[in-house]
Design a protein around this ligand. Structure first.
Ligand SMILES: [Mg+2]
Length: 286
């Protein structure tokens, strides 16, 4: 394959592939065409609750047959980041299986005394006692890490508080700001590209949220596609200083094998500082 035609997708899920438990019409055909065309893709989620295996099962049951290797969560990004910062560290965790599992897999021990980090993800088992303990640990010197700062999440019945809302509780009480790893943090956006195996100019971010998916992609120099099947309407776009490369009603508008994209978003036409295969890159630039 010529290097100029290579591309890979980072794809948000909620509002792009499904809404709540409802599949967005045509999303299954889009993923099918990526699988058939052997076009690399990775689902990116700021939900730290589930493991990649759990998420793959949820999608498969909705009619989108993907494997755990197609999923990248903010819990994975957070655990890998912490392991790179402080190998074999310790964490006090507010969160659920996806986050605990990712930390364990990356060599971390979960403790409730003298942790290196207090790590906050979403969960339904939050109690005031846990928040109180987290506050005390941060006051005592543990570093505060957020898996993401999404203020809320859409549910089939309305809105629930997101990880960002829980983090705010601890930030206000301690006067210390959390370091956040999930979208739009370059930590997660870059890790995801590396996992995808693409260069910067070959990476296309597809999402429904300007504040996370699109700004995250723009900051990294990826191509960005905003879909209107989630929380953003065309009128909202005028409120932002950054814009996506392309706006579509939904991923159903992406034609077979992404052929249309090749014309609209040609790759290798911007400076690329991140060749993933040096030999190929040298050949292309010789
Ligand atoms: Mg979304």
């Amino acid at each position: 394959m010529a290097i100029g035609t290579k591309k890979g997708f980072l794809i948000d899920m909620d509002g792009v592939i499904y809404r709540g438990s409802e599949l967005i019409p045509g999303a299954d055909r889009f993923i099918e065409s990526l699988l058939r065309g052997r076009i690399p893709f990775l689902f990116l989620t700021n939900n730290s609750q589930r493991t990649r295996r759990d998420v793959a099962m949820k999608l498969t049951r909705m009619g989108v047959p993907v494997e755990p290797r197609h999923i990248f969560t903010c819990a994975m990004a957070t655990a890998r980041f912490l392991a790179s910062q402080k190998p074999h560290g310790t964490a006090f965790v507010i969160g659920e299986g996806g986050l605990l599992n990712a930390l364990h897999e990356n060599g971390y021990a979960i403790v409730d005394k003298s942790p290196d980090y207090v790590v906050v993800g979403e969960g339904r088992t939050l109690s005031f006692e846990m928040v109180e303990q987290a506050v005390q640990l941060v006051v005592d010197g543990a570093k505060l890490i957020a898996t993401n700062l999404d203020p809320n999440c859409p549910t089939p019945t309305g809105t629930r508080p997101g990880c960002g809302a829980i983090v705010k509780l601890i930030e206000e009480a301690t006067g210390i700001r959390a370091f956040s790893v999930g979208k739009p943090s370059p930590v997660m956006m870059r890790q995801a590209r590396k996992e995808l195996g693409m260069a910067t100019s070959e990476t296309i971010m597809v999402g429904d949220t300007m504040e996370t998916d699109i700004v995250g992609g723009v900051q990294m120099g990826y191509r960005t596609i905003l879909v209107l099947s989630g929380g953003t309407s065309p009128e909202d776009l005028k409120n932002y200083a950054y814009q996506p490369d392309l706006v579509l009603d939904s991923v159903a508008d992406l034609d077979e094998d992404g052929g249309m994209l090749h014309e609209i978003l040609p790759t290798m036409n911007r400076a690329d500082d991140t060749p993933h295969d040096l030999r190929e890159w040298v050949k292309a630039h010789a």
